[in-house]
Design a protein around this ligand. Sequence first.
Ligand code: ADP
Ligand code: MG
Ligand code: MG
Length: 483
Amino acid sequence: MDDEIHNSETPNSSCDSILQEIVQKLVYEALVWSSLHGLLVGDKQDQRSGEVPGVGLVHAPFALLPKSFPRSHWQQACELAPIFNELVDRVSLDGKFLQESLSRTKKVDTFTSRLLDIHSKMLEINKKEDIRLGLHRSDYMLDSQTKDLRQIELNTISSSFPGLSCLVGKLHKYLLNHYGNHLGLDSAQVPENTAVFQYAEALARAWKEFNNGRAVIMFVVQKEERNMYDQHWLSLTLKEKYGVMTIRKTLAEINADGRLLEDGTLIIDDQVVALVYFRAGYTPNDYPSESEWHARLLVEQSSAIKCPSISYHLAGTKKIQQELARDNVLERFLENKDDIAKLRKCFAGLWNLDNSNVIDNAVERPDLFVLKPQREGGGNNIYGEDMKEVLLKWKREGSDELSAYILMQRIFPAVSPSIMVRNGVIHQDNAISELGIYGAYLRNKDKVVLNDHSGYLMRTKVSSSNEGGVAAGFAVLDSVYLT
Ligand code: ADP
Ligand code: MG
Ligand code: MG
């Protein structure tokens, strides 16, 4: 489907050929800019690129030009961030709600079950988290028919790309500053993206609340991480701007080298850990053995700040998203009627699969729904005929598997032609976009230190692809052109 410009036929009009010439020039400039400014990921082709920084780098996949997005919807999405932040915090405090909502999922989904076990243990010992840090990202699509903003999901663990998304915004501004006249585009319409600074600020302020000048922030990472530069942008900012030191550890390393003092202080390599920031631990693949589960429990038992805590993590699962969309559930957690109305307005249709009418509807019109498990990181959802088949099978067998999934209304964003660049190769295709708004929330007991939206991530993918992850290889990084 993809149309590589290098191989495309001679354009049939001179206007086209001028355009293609500009595109070639812009792509060249963009590739140079990305290489010089750290808009980079590890290259799959190089085995060491996920472990050794500076080895096997390739530019992050990007859209050549920013994506048009209505200013009013943009503002709406930004305004929602602090409300979702507050909601996650409230939900996290209701252990019973989390346990009960996930109780049926627990029976069939081992991963969720393990997370719930840790959560139960913390409930048993009445563990309190006085300092709570949330670095969330709420993702949206704009429904092309109703023109409504619809939430796809809320990420409460390992919200990625605060670093690289800022750079794509800068790249687009740079291109428009130099070529905007030819293209009829104005760089001022691309909103400033400060995600990396705001995330660093939130981490630094949490670190400060912990109140131990010698303590470090520990990034929990995967052993191999091709998206390491996004993470390094955060550590670098923390060090340069706030003088806060960070270390990187895998869950296996934490299990081997971490220990707790009697008062709960988490020690690793003889250093006190003030804050544990998870950029791993969101997928079952991150727990290949009991060691990793030990490490997760150790962190949770400690007095270090966790971003996220186990309850923040659970509050961001898809099952909880679906439960929160049920009638009168938001009212349990929030008092402000306007806030509740704003949240509800962005909810898509969400259902559990207990009801056979729901299953029948999905089987009848599979194209209108998405079947989602309790997983993160892209590539896990089931669509179309696959969904139909699996639903029919489970229904026939009366399978409990259904409790591991939720059903969601499928959103169809407007399709528009896009120029995407991956691995130095240009692809022109029809594409759709998903807007993520970062949110940062920090509180210490009753004092809310921070609660704000904090930058954005635009991702664009060919419209024929179901999934959307950049790291998973489906989408490219993009920015926003406000209209
Ligand atoms: P994950 O936590 O794995 O990122 P998501 O809910 O974000 O899970 O789903 C992955 C991708 O699937 C999204 O980025 C989006 O492209 C697509 N997707 C998810 N839900 C919907 C939906 N309701 N309508 C259309 N596309 C969806
Ligand atoms: Mg997610
Ligand atoms: Mg997602």
